[in-house]
Write a new protein. Sequence first.
Length: 94
Amino acid sequence: MQDGLAAIDAKNADPDSPEALAATAKAKQATGDYAGAAKAYEQVVAKAPADWPRRSEAIYGWVFSLQHADDDAACVTVGRKYLPEVKGAAIPGD
C-alpha cells in the first residue's frame, strides 16, 4: 500500500524530485534492472534531504540493487558510507 501511495505522489511530482526518482528506481528494480535501479537510487539519495521520510528506504534500495547487480565494491562503499544513516526499519518487514 505504501508503494502505491508513493507512486501516486510521484506521478504528480517534479521528475527530478526524490519521490519521482524513487518510483523510477523501484520500477527498474521490479524488472530486474538492478544496475539501473542502483543509479536511480543514487540520485534519490543525492537529492533527498537528510530528513526525508523515505531516505532510509532509498539507501537500503541502493545497497540491495548494487548487491543484486553484483557490484560488490560499490555495495561495500555505499554501505559503509550510508548505512549509519538508516533509521528504524528501512522497508516493511525489516
